[in-house]
Design a binder for this molecule. Structure first.
Ligand SMILES: [Zn+2]
Length: 271
């Protein structure tokens, strides 16, 4: 079996030798063609059907369906690293969306720390890379270019073994994940907004556990930990239309419904 490093070389060679095709629809040309990229250009709130208690206010750049799904899988599982640029830009848009939903005139001036959800050791071994950190790096670059004081902060690490969650119910996933994440740096952070970042949200169990670990030890009543993802499964995104229904309030159980995301930065709305 080829090592992950060799597989990486193979992917680069394939990109050089084979005609480049869109990872979303397969049409020759761009790595992600414009029509496919538009599926990741209108952030929406990600709200699982059964919202786990403590699920952080979360924005997704698009739905994990249609061309978005193969594009994410090409990047994540098949090592097509050049997708970090468009998918990282999508993640940046989701970060901007959730940050813009924080009330208060000064929210946009607060430093924004992107906290990548750590992959498990087994995932890192099998992929040979940390794809969430690649996305995080691109998103930080995009946000900084747009004038947002953003930085990456690796504040979480995994502890213990977690079983493969395929086929588990939401409750089973939560039990499986309980205590998975540990905050690395326990120093009190200044006024920074913490935004967990990940590729896809499905049941919300991972983001919920990661947010709980980040919240531990923070003063109560402040802005809660936020989250942003490239894509949310359609089931989880059902309650949200692009541009509406996300409001960040200090009380964590009330964070899914509410006002609007009209202050989103991003492409103009088409409807
Ligand atoms: Zn396409």
């Amino acid at each position: 079996m080829a090592s992950p490093r060799l597989r990486g070389v193979g992917a680069v060679l394939a990109d050089l030798v084979l005609p480049r095709t869109c990872a979303g629809c397969g049409i020759p040309g761009a790595v992600l063609c414009s029509p496919c990229a538009r599926h990741l250009a209108r952030p929406l709130p990600a709200a699982p059907r059964r919202v786990p208690w403590g699920f952080p206010p979360t924005a997704a750049a698009g739905r994990y369906a249609g061309p978005v799904r193969p594009a994410v899988l090409e990047f994540k599982e098949r090592g097509r690293a050049e997708l970090a640029r468009p998918l990282g830009a999508a993640l940046a848009l989701a970060v901007a969306a959730v940050v813009s939903a924080v009330p208060g005139p000064l929210a946009s001036h607060r430093p924004v720390l992107l906290v990548p959800v750590p992959s498990s050791r087994a995932e890192l071994r099998s992929r040979g890379r940390d794809h969430v950190r690649e996305l995080t790096g691109r998103a930080v670059a995009e946000l900084r270019a747009a004038g947002l004081p953003a930085a990456e902060a690796r504040l979480l690490r995994r502890r213990g073994q977690v079983r493969d969650s395929a086929g588990m119910s939401v409750a089973q996933r939560r039990a499986n994940l309980a205590g998975t994440f540990q905050r690395v740096d326990t120093r009190p952070l200044p006024e920074a907004l913490l935004v967990l970042v990940d590729d896809v949200v499905t049941t919300g169990a991972t983001l919920t556990e990661a947010a709980a670990a980040l919240e531990a030890g923070r003063p109560a009543g402040g802005t809660p930990v936020l989250a942003a993802v490239v894509a949310a499964t359609p089931r989880t995104a059902r309650g949200g239309r692009p541009g509406v229904h996300l409001q960040v309030v200090p009380k964590r159980s009330e964070n899914v419904r509410g006002a609007s995301l009209d202050r989103l930065s991003g492409p103009p709305r088409r409807d």
